[in-house]
Design a protein around this ligand. Structure first.
Ligand SMILES: Nc1ncnc2c1ncn2[C@@H]1O[C@H](COP(=O)(O)OP(=O)(O)OP(=O)(O)O)[C@@H](O)[C@H]1O
Length: 662
């Protein structure tokens, strides 16, 4: 009994040997949407019904703002179908009365004709209304999805970078991406629920008119089917919840086997057959769970049908008794049989629709929550304008800590970037250079201290104008899957660009040799995403990136900051020297160039050098000052210089350092 009516419990997560070997245990993705399978467990008839008005209200509001005419059309057609169902049943009732009433066969046939014609007419009207509803809902659903997607994308691009770095908000972004499709499906489920609900009410009304005992009978027949549908849904959710991580783990392996970045090791290290074997083993256990679920579903549905059958037998038994006792006519009983069948089908469908509405609403709810939080974390649209001339941009006692970190990435840092100068920022891995650049560019706001454009604190300035004054070239700059020309123009996409303008940026960046090799020159598609697109090497891409930066810088005449973070990591030595030279030449009276790099050769000509160490400013000065000080900078410089100095020879190890024990 407990098997069928007890609480659906989550199976103990079983970790396959393959998973243990690869991931050290069950894999837990840091993806917010796994919460939804957990939330799905909340799926009980009572909680679903309790939330129904709110859910339906939210879906209808979205549909109303998407296309109110289509929504009204759907509502009218669904209402019309309900009325048609009721009229149809009454017509059948009159046919039954005519058929089972007095008189000879011809008289009876005459008497049943109006009822038959009415039933046929109602069927025609009903199908026309159904078609109308389908076409209007088909128009409404994509609009709802589009509106929800646009809201999602607009909100995601409007938030502070800090929100993107915050794991909790990141999870919410992940979760909310499923909202628009769910909103679309919710509209469909709402329409179906409305349809089943209205036709149920119509049937119930007719049954009550026919005989007061018939309505409770309908409920008794339909209840087991409703229970069965809900139980199967709960079991499915519980299974999904306990297996979702395992399924993702096997999908992850599948992806790794086909990913381009892994393709070389997959072949050379023999990773392919190894992972394929683990994939098979993990898939085996997932399939066993699917099989268990299918068997359980079959048993639950069988029990539900058996109970429903028993209820049906009891209902028919009661009807026979009512007829024998003279409390019900044969005609009413005939109509009741048909109405009970239609009504129980509507009730079953209603339960399923409520079920689906509840499931989809979990995702829609997260979408709504994301939109609310995104507004709270949005980059402010207000603020004072940034003055055209500022002389310098400075950081004063800046401290910044990432949301999920205890130690600050920057700790009480003070630096100055005067216009017309080249400033270098150096430091070991993780010393805070990139964080500093995000603070300088206005992408992150300091938790303590301030960033000043001239006299003005950035927190009081209009941020979009601050961004407008910053050009950023990082080592992982975006490689857009668009044409080479657009890859450059996208540095300032709102600005019109002729091919001549772009060619100047290409020439500046030394990218002429790159575009010359492309089949359609600047019009060639780059990246590997689309057919006919050309993939560039890392160094070639960096030249395109430099051309983009030049284009952006050349389109602004106000005081600005150009930040280049490891721009030459993929360039050969000759190209690197040329690139540094070009970057230095970008310093103009109205521009400060900030160079972040490990390559000490590139920074020696900078006007001023700042050295970061574990988020703090360790030392600063010119190259000569810092070399003379014999501090951290001098040590880093000497280490790199020694790599290029002629060395006697590298001693060979006496014995292999890794012993093959196989
Ligand atoms: N998005 C982030 N979320 C949490 N911590 C971060 C994030 N980005 C950087 N950190 C941490 O902040 C510290 C400084 O990182 P940052 O990237 O600024 O250093 P870096 O000097 O640019 O390093 P590298 O030379 O390796 O690029 C590091 O401890 C790093 O782990």
């Amino acid at each position: 009994m407990k098997r069928f009516f007890g609480k659906v419990r989550m199976a103990e997560p079983q970790v396959s040997e393959a998973e243990r070997e690869l991931f050290g245990g069950p894999l837990r993705y840091d993806m917010g949407w796994s919460q939804h399978e957990h939330a799905g467990l909340d799926l009980t008839m009572r909680s679903a019904l309790r939330q129904m008005p709110r859910l339906v209200g939210a879906a209808l509001r979205m549909a109303w703002s998407a296309d109110r005419r289509a929504l009204v059309a759907v509502a009218i057609s669904e209402l019309g179908q309900g009325i048609a169902a009721a009229v149809g049943l009454l017509a059948i009732n009159s046919v039954m009365h005519a058929l089972l009433g007095g008189g000879d066969a011809v008289e009876r046939l005459h008497a049943l004709l109006p009822g038959l014609l009415a039933a046929a007419g109602v069927a025609v009207v009903n199908s026309a209304l159904a078609g109308w509803s389908t076409s209007r809902a088909g128009r409404l659903e994509p609009k709802v999805e589009r509106i929800a997607t646009t809201q999602y994308l607009a909100a995601a691009t409007s938030v502070e970078l800090e929100a993107i770095d915050d794991p909790d908000f990141r999870r919410l972004i992940d979760v909310a991406q499923y909202g628009p499709a769910s909103a679309r499906r919710m509209i469909g489920a709402c329409v179906s629920a409305l349809n089943s609900g209205i036709s149920l009410i119509a049937t119930a009304g007719v049954l009550t008119i026919l005989h007061p005992a018939l309505l409770p009978m309908l409920l008794v027949i339909a209840a087991p089917r409703g229970w069965g549908a809900m139980r199967v849904a709960q079991e499915r959710y519980v299974s999904v919840m306990s297996w979702i991580e395992h399924l993702r783990a096997s999908r992850l392996i599948g992806n790794l086997l086909t990913e381009r970045t892994a393709s070389q090791e997959v072949r050379i290290h023999g990773v392919g057959p190894f992972l394929l074997d683990r994939y098979r083993r993990m898939a085996d256990s997932a399939e066993a769970e699917q099989e268990r679920l299918a068997s359980s579903k079959a048993v639950t549905e069988w029990v539900a049908s058996a109970l429903s059958g028993l209820a049906m037998a009891a209902t028919y038994g009661t009807m026979i008794w009512l007829i024998m006792a003279g409390h019900m006519s044969l005609a009413v009983a005939g109509t009741a049989v048909i109405a009970v069948r239609t009504g129980s089908a509507s009730l079953g469908a209603l339960v399923m629709n409520i079920n689906q509405l509840h499931e989809e609403s979990l995702y829609v709810r997260d979408h709504g929550q994301f939109l609310v939080e995104a507004v709270q974390r949005a980059i402010p649209q207000t603020g004072s304008p940034v003055p055209a001339q500022v002389e310098q941009v400075s950081l004063e006692h800046v401290t910044y800590r990432y949301p999920d970190r205890d130690a600050p990435a920057l700790d009480d840092v003070t630096l100055t970037f005067p216009m017309g100068s080249v400033i270098a920022v150096v430091g070991e891995n993780g010393s805070g250079k990139s964080t500093l650049m995000k603070i300088l560019s206005g992408l992150l706001l300091p938790h303590a201290g301030s960033v000043r454009w001239g006299e003005f604190d950035v927190s009081g300035l209009k941020r979009s104008q601050v961004f407008d004054r910053v050009s950023l070239l990082t080592q992982d700059f975006q490689r857009w899957p668009v044409t080479a020309a657009m890859n450059i123009r996208i540095g300032r996409p709102g600005h019109d660009a002729s091919m001549h303008d772009l060619q100047m940026s290409v020439d500046y960046a030394g990218a002429g040799s790159v575009t010359a090799k492309l089949p359609n020159g600047l019009e060639s598609m780059l990246g590997r995403m689309f057919r006919g697109a050309i993939e560039l090497s890392g160094g070639e891409w960096q030249k395109v990136g430099l051309a983009r930066t030049h284009w952006r810088s050349s389109t602004s005449q106000e005081d600005s900051v150009l930040i280049v973070d490891e721009p030459t990591s993929a360039l050969d030595p000759e190209a690197e020297i040329a690139a540094f030279d070009r970057i230095r030449r970008l310093a103009a009276p109205h521009r400060a160039v900030v160079l972040v790099t490990h390559r000490m050769s590139g920074v020696r000509h900078a006007d001023h050098i700042y050295v970061l160490d574990q988020g703090r400013l360790a030392e600063h000065g010119t190259h000569d000052d810092l070399i003379a000080a014999r501090g951290r900078y001098a040590a880093m410089f000497d280490t790199q210089a020694a790599q290029y100095a002629p060395a006697p020879s590298v001693p060979k190890p006496a014995s292999p350092s890794v012993v093959d024990t196989a």
